[in-house]
Design a binder for this molecule. Structure first.
Ligand code: GDP
Length: 453
């Protein structure tokens, strides 16, 4: 079951319960059974669903429900909280520090997207000023080194590997040593996969891990593997010290439930998700928006609620109109930046409620840096022409325009490129508004506002 269907099923179960005149034990059980069925079909592991059901029954007070409180909201909030709890293993993963050498080892089955994800992870950090390097210790899959080499060359990331050497441990050690000497701060080791979990794979992983002593081991899992997610994740965790999870192929027919199972099995957080084959299709994972989406609550009426809350009233109709036309221009981004700065310190808190504005653009605890970054972006945008600010054609921003803007704003070409990347990222998220009906303020769902708070 894909995410949207899951949200629909849960919404129906809640609606049916709300329609009942009296909410007793039986009605609540029926509703929870329905929700559990939907979660199981979304590949959340059986035991997790069963425990969640028991927890919710314990938390939800039937007297409250009988007293005419918003029943749907109470149950939905409980489901939301339980799912968030499942995705939060209680402790963050090891976070590499810029400028200090860290070794990060990637493990996962063949075809999970491991090699692609290694480069995405390296590229993501490189764009933020890190000095990553890639080591290909996958000697099992013919073509793995070529693939890594190709990706690394495209993204201008140094790599290490061998066509001749068949011992993955030797390559891993040599690669890590080489890059340590070169003071690379993020050394990423790609290891072999197999088609299925088997002893030889786990033994090899253990040896590579022992020899390279990684600071972090990331387990890469394909989101479409279904109910096998829990067992697979657990098998990897039992062999090596998995500290974080990346879920790939969350685009297309992804079933979100596997992520919950992987976290439960590894007791490690999901840190990123892969959303496509390209290098940029890689997102920081945020628990609450993900669960909102899983429950169909991260719907766009919730998004519009937030726009009503954070964007000044006189700007709302134009913004919503543009978004529904699918045209999130640089000018719209500029105006939102203006709004953030105008609101002072609270601006960032308020705007972080909008998709795309939180973890990436304005991470918590880095308010000063975020403000400086937004101002920097705006200075560069001040050097853009009206045509550039109003264009929806990504190809318009060619090299000579980028150089002109860099010169005009006294910034580097790299800075301008970073700002444009940021714009592309936001535009991709916000383009999902295209074609959607824009409800009037009175029609906004109070529920989704509550759930996403
Ligand atoms: P490995 O065997 O685990 O190293 O897997 P690869 O990195 O070779 O990836 C297997 C296939 O999955 C390739 O065709 C990738 O392009 C594709 N892939 C990897 N990540 C994603 C993703 O997030 N979304 C989609 N749609 N495809 C992906």
């Amino acid at each position: 079951m894909v995410l949207a269907q899951l949200g629909g099923s849960i919404a129906r179960a809640l609606q049916q319960m709300s329609n009942a005149t009296i909410i007793d034990e039986k009605v609540l059980s029926e509703c929870l059974n329905e929700i559990s069925r939907a979660l199981l079909q979304s590949d959340v592991q059986f035991k997790l669903v069963r425990d969640m059901q028991a927890n919710i029954k314990r938390i939800v007070n039937l007297d409250d429900l009988a007293a005419g409180h918003n029943k749907r909201r109470i149950i939905q909030q409980a489901v939301f909280n339980e799912l968030c709890k499942m995705l939060d293993p209680g402790k963050p993963s090891f976070t590499p520090k810029k400028g200090k050498t860290s070794v990060v080892m990637f493990v996962g089955l063949q075809g999970s997207g491991k090699t692609t994800t290694c480069t995405k992870y390296a590229y993501y950090h490189q764009k933020k000023g890190w000095k990553p390097a890639l080591v290909c210790a996958d000697t099992f899959r013919a073509g793995a080194f070529d693939q890594l080499k190709q990706n690394a060359t495209k993204t201008k990331i140094p790599y290490y590997g061998s066509y001749m050497e068949s011992d993955p441990v030797k390559i891993a050690v040599e690669g890590v040593e080489t890059f340590k000497k070169e003071n690379r701060d993020l050394i990423i080791v790609d290891t072999s996969g197999r088609h299925k979990q088997e002893a030889a794979l786990f033994e090899e992983m253990r040896q590579v891990s022992e020899a390279t002593k990684p600071d972090l081991i990331i387990f890469v899992m394909d989101s479409s593997i279904g109910q096998a997610a829990f067992d697979q994740a657990q098998a990897f965790k039992q062999s090596v010290a998995v500290g974080a999870v990346i879920i790939t192929k969350m685009d297309g027919h992804a079933k979100g439930g596997g992520a919950l199972s992987a976290v439960a099995a590894t007791k490690s957080p999901v840190i990123f998700i892969g959303t496509g084959e390209h290098m940029e299709e890689f997102e920081v994972f945020d628990v609450k928006p993900f669960v909102s989406r899983l429950l169909g609550m991260g719907d766009w009426s919730g998004f519009m609620d937030k726009i009503h809350e954070v964007v000044p009233t006189d700007q709302q109709p134009e913004l919503l109109q543009k978004l529904s036309e699918g045209s999130f221009t640089l000018r719209l981004m500029y105006e939102q930046f203006q709004n953030i700065l105008k609101m002072g310190p609270i601006g960032q808190v308020v705007f972080s409620m909008l998709p795309g504005f939180s973890a990436e653009l304005m991470p918590k605890g880095h308010e000063k840096e975020s403000q400086a970054k937004i101002k920097r972006y705006m200075t560069m945008m001040d050097s853009m022409t009206n045509a550039e600010l109003d264009s929806t054609n990504p190809k318009l921003m060619n090299e000579s325009r980028i150089m002109r803007i860099a010169r005009g704003s006294g910034r580097s070409v790299r800075d301008v490129t970073e700002m444009l990347e940021e714009y592309k990222r936001l535009a991709k998220i916000w383009s999902k508004m295209k074609g959607l009906k824009i409800p009037k303020k009175g029609e906004m769902s109070a529920l989704s506002r509550n759930m996403n708070a």
